[in-house]
Design a protein around this ligand. Structure first.
Ligand code: XMP
Length: 519
């Protein structure tokens, strides 16, 4: 993100925690403008005039080693409120003369109970007597600097919330930014509005203007190509880029034949006729089905679909002259799920083909206007750009589409059966006003047949699995608790209307241990 010197803001100093962006998200949810900067950028900063508060993030480093990342001491002398989180708290304690030890005894991972020791503005409505918080630390403060007081402790760690009220310096050992910390947002609210006294000024609408301007400046008069799938991310990207450069954006829709029922033709019509975008539709269903014939290994399927998609997309783009840029709907969670903040690869769970796959071979520069955003923020952007509800509120859909929801071999017949079942399921969710409360819902086909009885006859047909999860960003998820009446009705509707299915089951696993998709 570019440093914007004219705006009042909160700075978030990133010490390399995967959770830093989550801190930014919490601050943004409270409509306060924040910028993430590195410790080095903080050292180089010339003016602190518009800075109303500083948050020091967690991180993998330790202040117990000889060399550790720090902050310029001057920030503690300017009466700018400071909140240290995890490593941030340890760093504050170290700078002010406290002692920190790495200790197996005091380490805490996961849930912990926090007990109040003293009142503080920081914990108002967050901690009355005790509260559940989420921890992830091995180092702990063992001696508090003289100028600080203890506000709250857990059984394992005495100095879990500390403050120097006079200097407005605060530290919390747990992570208020994760949802597992109960009411964590209240703590940010107190810090931002009661301590920093910053005003609510940030909104997504102003972000779309900034993004459009940035795209204009980067792309100038060059041409941009974009793979439009009809999901909310690629749709918002297409609208943003189109606003910036008009017809110099060329959208290509590759129909893999593995999309939801009628989805592609509807999306094409909306973008071509309503938004008047430059869209080209390529029907490649047969190509995909042929390549996937008799393949049942999930990773193989993903690779085949990913590779063929790229090939078709590349061929199409070669037909258009002078393309310099590729616009992609990469989101922030895509980035953290693929690599950690230090640049090292985290363990690969599934090969998501939309992350970093297209550009290398194609030699195009990337335009990724959404890479700072979470899905729900993209929807706010979409609404402000006038994106139609049926796209803007659509559940996420994976690149390999129904290919990874038909467990086992994929055939045209199985695709058709699944499209019908899925379409009924989604329509019912909308009718029962449940769709919006669910992060993602879909029907899948299992690779086994079971016996049933319909009328007086024995049947031997497919099992349809229904999945519905709640989630914040797809990284963790819980299964959705349907009322029995809905389950009764949907099972009936699918069996009565879809030939080829005689059993409906509902998936009751969370992520982890399962993933959201089946393959
Ligand atoms: P999993 O199954 O890994 O999915 O829990 C997490 C989220 O990512 C979506 N997903 C994908 N999205 N290309 C995508 O664009 C993919 O290959 C892909 N695989 C999974 C999934 O639908 C869920 O929202």
């Amino acid at each position: 993100m570019q440093f914007q010197s004219e705006k009042e803001k909160v700075l978030i100093v990133d010490f390399g925690s995967q959770l830093t962006k989550l801190i930014a998200r919490r601050v943004r949810e409270l409509e306060v403008y924040s910028e993430i900067i590195t410790p080095k950028e903080l050292f180089d900063l010339k003016s602190f005039e518009k800075i109303k508060g500083i948050i020091l993030s967690g991180g993998p480093a330790t202040v117990t080693s000889n060399k550790f990342q720090s902050v310029p001491k001057v920030i503690f002398k300017m009466k700018i409120p400071i909140l240290g989180i995890c490593y941030g708290l340890q760093l504050i304690a170290k700078i002010f003369g406290g002692k920190i030890k790495s200790s197996k005894k005091r380490r805490e991972f996961g849930r912990a109970i926090l007990y109040k020791k003293k009142s503080s503005i920081l914990i108002r409505n967050f901690l009355n007597k005790k509260n559940i918080v989420w921890m992830s630390h091995e180092d702990a403060v063992v001696k508090l600097p003289n100028s600080f007081k203890v506000i709250a402790s857990t059984k394992e760690s005495k100095f879990t919330i500390i403050e120097n009220h006079k200097e407005k310096i605060y530290g919390v050992q747990f992570h208020p930014e994760v949802t597992h910390t109960e009411n964590g947002k209240k703590l940010f609210k107190n810090f931002l509005f009661s301590i920093c006294k910053i005003k609510k000024k940030w909104n997504i609408k102003s972000q779309s203007k900034r993004l459009i301007n940035e795209i204009k400046q980067i792309v100038k008069t060059d041409k941009v190509i974009c793979a439009l799938s009809g999901g909310v991310d690629s749709s918002v990207v297409a609208l943003l880029v189109n606003r910036a450069i008009k017809k110099n954006l060329i959208c290509i829709m590759v129909d893999t034949g593995l999309m939801r029922k009628n989805e592609f033709s509807q999306t094409y019509n909306i973008f071509k006729n309503k938004y008047k975008l430059n869209v080209k539709l390529i029907n490649a269903s047969n190509l995909f089905l042929n390549k996937l014939k008799n393949v049942s290994n999930p990773e193989k399927k993903r690779k085949i679909i990913g590779k063929l998609f790229i090939k078709i997309f590349e061929n199409e783009s070669k037909k258009i002259k002078n393309i310099k840029f590729l616009a992609q709907g990469t989101l922030y969670p895509d980035i953290i799920e693929s690599r950690s903040s230090s640049g090292s690869k985290t363990s690969k769970i599934k090969s998501h083909h939309n992350v970093g796959g297209l550009p290398k071979k194609m030699n195009l520069k990337l335009v990724e206007p959404l890479k700072e955003f979470f899905k729900d923020e993209v929807r706010i952007l979409g609404k402000s750009l006038g994106l139609v509800k049926e796209i803007n509120l659509k559940h996420p859909f994976p690149g390999p589409g129904l290919g990874i929801r038909i467990v086992g071999k994929i055939t045209a017949e199985r695709v058709k059966i699944l499209q019908e079942a899925d379409s009924i399921y989604i329509k019912e969710l909308i009718k029962f006003k449940l769709y919006k409360n669910i992060w993602q819902a879909y029907a899948a086909l299992l690779p086994i047949k079971t016996v049933g009885v319909m009328g007086d006859s024995r049947t031997y047909e497919n099992i349809c699995l229904l999945r519905a999860v709640t989630s914040e960003d797809g990284m963790t998820a819980d299964y959705f608790n349907f009322p029995k009446s809905f389950l009764d009705s949907i099972s009936n509707k699918i069996i009565n209307n879809v030939k080829g299915i005689n059993r409906v089951v509902y998936d009751i696993t969370s992520k982890p241990p399962s993933t959201i998709e089946l393959e």
